[in-house]
Design a protein. Structure first.
Lengths: 441, 289
């Protein structure tokens, strides 16, 4: 009898353990992805801290594609002082409440961490102080203006503040001859920061704001919001509402506007294969591409830096977990280009300082990016590392162009205007000058 | 005025989708005693199954039928493997809620692990759009409203005129007494999981068709609306769920015509709280004696 009870107790314990294991395995599968191949005993890890699930789930794989491309080229060139580099995904779900424990878990479970990339506006405010406190270098994809004036020693940024992107969108509207604009932005932190600068820029540009709709990213339909936009008769809609929100809004606007799309001006976040796939599925490729423009940072589309970048990135086609749609779109995605540059800058700084400790190699990121008098300009990790090993001073110029870091480690470029082709390829159809941005800021 | 009328039309569409789901949810809860918070996750699993078939060229209406059948089988399995064993051990109702919450995460993240985190859409035509007197609805939206009316009528016929429906009502009212009267409560509960699972699958596909673009987490907020409709109407009350769905659907869309749209769900819950303040058992719930 005693034995039977014991056995029953063991069975119950085993069942409970089994259930818990399945649950934990299920959750873990979604909260943290595995690293790319090539890891060895001396491998260093680059963590992609970004949303891989939730409304902004397209961002994480975009950055991961960049990480896979950059590390494959670095590893092919011999790695960083004998260390290979590997990528790890850390899912923040685009929510600070999920991001903080995910980042803490990352530090607890990643002994060989060398760099963090990602940290979007969704989670940057909560995770940047933590990463900084761990003295870990990070290249973040946040446009939040608080990072324009708060100094974090280990924080680096190659993308502009959101307010400049708002000015760029208004400048695009101006260039396209629109005078009546509707705003439709998601209710997430990353999208909300665009609204006030956009409203003031529209006012300064003498344009009319027809309506300002905030889209709840957890909602499933926006019919009333779409009807309000249609009834306000805008000539164009400025928007950033990622996930399924924007595609749903577009399809509802098309339905309510007699089958016609209203021209859309998106932010650089819309330049991603996932966004293109979702938007074209919702309204049709021809309707979408005929009515869509987006701002994007100027990136190179030819030359030695671009050739090295495209070769590295395209070699990873089909290998990046979560990457969907036309892989070549990553060649123009802001995260794809600028994080590739960030990883190269950090890796070259490690080579230059002969250290993988961010507190040691960090200052060299600025020296390599901004260059010094007499420095040799180089365009890929392999060529730059070779020059460093021969004792020469270098200036790395990647596909995102030259950097110019300020005292807060921000380096922002200038903007171009992008459209899509029906097959998802990104076209550059114009540029925005600094004077154009100043005129509306 | 035009926006108001348009929002009433949109509210009817939202109410229709909500009604199909709410009827399934409340029947399930009333008869089986399980507040199955995994209902939304099963819905989205059905929606993605339909997407898988649809992306291989299968007509969306056939996909709807297949998803309903699959979710019906899945729900029976969910009860047999997870909920029923816990209930047999006398697990407390609040613990069952936590179990169902755990199942929500497992199913939802399971779908996401397979389908990815990005948004997808069905390949289907919305049909011609009809505009009249401020209402603007597509042919598909009319079909969704029709489908919802059909489900409501079918539920009425099932509960009023069939032996199974009467057995379901008896089991919901008092399971022990129903057993003593010769009703095979176990079979009735299994049949309930099958029927409500089919409604769940149907609701998932209709929900995804209506949304236009959806991902693995799209039903997270919708589940809250289902709960609001169910508790507004009176938990376990099929007719109450129909009424609750109409009130919640209209409240969300019509309010968005007058206040910032991001607050439209707040209005729906204010309606719920006010109603529960006046009538704690819901619109059609029976008062405690």
């Amino acid at each position: 009898m005693k034995f039977t009870r014991l056995a029953a107790g063991r069975r119950r314990s085993a069942l409970a353990l089994g259930t818990a294991a399945i649950a934990v395995a299920g959750l873990a599968a979604c909260s943290s992805g595995s690293s790319s191949g090539g890891a060895s005993g001396g491998a260093l890890t680059i963590a992609d801290v970004a949303p891989f699930s939730g409304p902004d789930a397209a961002l994480g794989p975009t950055y991961l594609a960049s990480c896979y491309g950059a590390t494959s080229a670095i590893n092919a060139a011999g790695g960083v002082d004998g260390h290979t580099l590997t990528c790890k995904s850390v899912d923040t779900r685009g929510d600070p409440a999920d991001a903080v424990p995910a980042v803490n878990q990352m530090f607890a479970s990643t002994a060989n961490l060398a760099l963090v990339i990602g940290c979007t506006s969704d989670e940057a405010a909560s995770v940047v102080p933590i990463i900084n406190a761990h003295k870990m270098a990070m290249f973040c994809m946040t446009g939040q203006s608080e990072f324009d004036s708060v100094h974090y020693q280990y924080f680096y940024r190659l993308v502009p503040p959101d307010l400049e992107e708002s000015y760029a969108d208004v400048a695009i509207a101006q260039q396209l001859g629109y005078t009546k604009i509707a705003l439709a932005f998601g209710n997430d932190i990353g999208s909300q920061t665009f609204i006030q600068p956009a409203i003031s820029a529209l006012k300064k540009a003498g344009m009319t704001l027809t309506t300002d709709q905030t889209l709840d990213l957890t909602a499933t339909t926006f019919r009333t919001e779409a009807e309000a936009i249609v009834q306000s008769h805008p000539q164009a809609i400025m928007t950033e509402a990622l996930g399924s929100a924007d595609p749903t809004l577009f399809s509802e606007i098309k339905q309510l506007n007699g089958g016609k799309m209203i021209p859309i001006i998106g932010t650089s976040a819309a330049i991603s294969p996932a966004f293109f796939k979702a938007a074209t599925a919702a309204v049709g490729a021809s309707a979408f591409v005929a009515n869509f423009h987006a701002d994007n940072l100027v990136t190179e589309t030819s030359g030695p830096a671009y050739q090295a970048f495209s070769k590295a990135l395209l070699s990873q086609q089909g290998k990046v977990p979560g990457a969907t749609g036309d892989f070549t779109t990553y060649l123009s995605a802001p995260g794809g280009v600028h994080l590739y540059d960030g990883i190269n800058l950090a890796a070259l700084a490690m080579v230059m300082s002969k250290s993988t400790s961010p507190s040691v190699y960090g200052p060299d990121i600025l020296k390599i990016g901004d260059g010094s008098p007499g420095a040799t300009v180089c365009y890929s990790f392999a060529s730059c590392a070779s020059l460093l090993k021969s004792g020469k001073a270098i200036q790395y110029e990647g596909p995102g162009g030259v950097t110019s870091f300020d005292s807060y480690h921000d380096s922002t470029g200038i903007f171009q205007i992008d459209t899509y082709s029906a097959n998802g390829a990104v076209n550059v159809v114009g540029n925005l000058t600094a004077a154009q941005l100043r005129a509306v800021s | 005025m035009t926006l108001f009328l348009a929002s009433v039309g949109f509210g009817l569409v939202t109410a229709s989708v909500l009604a199909i789901a709410s009827i399934g949810f409340t029947l399930q809860f009333g008869v089986t005693d399980v507040l199955n918070l995994a209902f939304g996750a099963v819905m989205i699993a059905g929606a993605f199954l339909a997407y898988l078939l649809n992306s291989h060229g299968v007509n969306i209406w056939i996909c709807l039928v297949v998803a309903a059948a699959a979710c019906s089988a899945g729900s029976v399995l969910l009860n047999a493997v997870v909920y029923a064993p816990f209930q047999r051990r006398g697990t407390a109702p609040i613990t069952m809620v936590i179990v169902s919450l755990g199942m929500t995460l497992i199913i939802e993240f399971g779908v996401q692990a397979i389908a990815g985190g990005t948004s997808v859409s069905y390949t289907m035509s919305q049909g011609p759009t009809v505009s009249a007197g401020g209402f603007t609805l597509s042919a598909v939206q009319f079909v969704v409203i029709g489908l919802s009316l059909l489900v409501m009528a079918g539920t009425h016929v099932l509960l009023r005129y069939t032996r199974l429906g009467k057995a379901m009502r008896a089991t919901a009212a008092n399971r022990t007494l129903a057993r003593n009267c010769g009703i095979r409560a176990g079979r009735v509960i299994t049949a309930t999981w099958a029927i409500t699972g089919a409604l769940c699958g149907m609701a998932g596909v209709v929900f995804a068709m209506d949304a236009g673009s959806f991902d693995a987490t799209s039903t997270d907020l919708f589940l809250v609306l289902i709960l609001a409709a169910v508790f507004l109407g009176g938990p376990g009350q099929a007719y109450g769920a129909m009424l609750g769905a109409v009130v919640i659907g209209l409240a969300t869309e019509v309010s968005a015509a007058f206040i910032p749209a991001s607050y439209k769900y707040v209005v729906a819950f204010l309606v719920l709280l006010l109603m529960l303040g006046v009538r704690p058992t819901g619109l059609l719930g029976k008062a405690a004696t």
